[in-house]
Write a protein that binds this ligand. Structure first.
Ligand code: ZN
Length: 225
């Protein structure tokens, strides 16, 4: 297992000088994904957490569990937090973002469905070791508009997920301000901003390319844990 080793790096190789913290995720933040899941739009953001032990580098082979049914890819824009945020405004949230990256919210879809049906928490399906492969981060100053970036996942040469962050239901500053009402965000925390449509199962041997606009593109291989 290649853990994130608790250091966050920018794409230019510079260390962010902060340890990786928790990962806060939002469900159902793109309309096209809501319809493919046969879900209903939520009136407020659906939040869940992945522990820091879920973070691994996307540059390494993506190691998926094979004993619990299908493991789905969800490609998402990730933002790196550089300042403590608690009950913050949207402007404070926007100013606290120091990096932008791309990550996979790996999801054991069958296990998640079973847990949902029983009304149980779904952490086992989304928070397992290695459930959040993340790229290095591009410095925030290099990104003009967070809500105008293409998220793209290619599986074995076929584009499976491709959408613009302009399609988010809750845009990033509003999302961070909302999150900070419940969970204080700390320097080194990472927020995954939701997945567009096109999620699907991964199989050991798959070749993946995950990209954020022309800022980041990471190619990797899927292996069995
Ligand atoms: Zn997700």
């Amino acid at each position: 297992m290649h853990y994130f080793d608790h250091s966050i790096h920018f794409a230019n190789g510079r260390s962010a000088q902060i340890p990786a913290g928790k990962v806060v995720c939002v469900g159902l933040n793109y309309r096209d994904h809501i319809s493919e899941m046969n879900s209903q739009a939520a009136s407020e953001p659906v939040l869940f957490l992945k522990p820091s032990t879920a973070l691994v580098s996307l540059e390494q082979p993506v190691a998926i569990p094979v004993a619990y049914g299908a493991c789905h890819h969800e490609a998402e824009m990730a933002v790196l937090i550089g300042e403590q945020l608690s009950e913050c405004t949207e402007q404070q949230a926007d100013e606290a973002i120091i990096g932008v990256g791309v990550a996979l919210d790996l999801t054991l879809r069958e296990l998640q469905s079973q847990l949902k049906q029983k009304g149980h928490p779904w952490e086992k399906a989304k928070g397992f070791d290695g459930a959040c492969p993340a790229s290095a981060f591009v410095e925030r100053a290099r990104v003009k508009d967070l809500q105008d970036l293409q998220v793209r996942l290619t599986l074995n040469g076929e584009v499976r997920q491709q959408s613009s962050t302009s399609m988010m239901i809750t845009p990033v500053p509003k999302l961070l301000a909302y999150i900070s009402r419940f969970f204080t965000l700390m320097p080194g925390d990472i927020v995954l901003t939701g997945t567009p449509a096109g999620v699907g199962p991964l199989t050991p041997g798959d070749q993946l390319t995950v990209a954020l606009d022309d800022l980041i593109s990471v190619s990797t291989t899927v292996v069995a844990r």
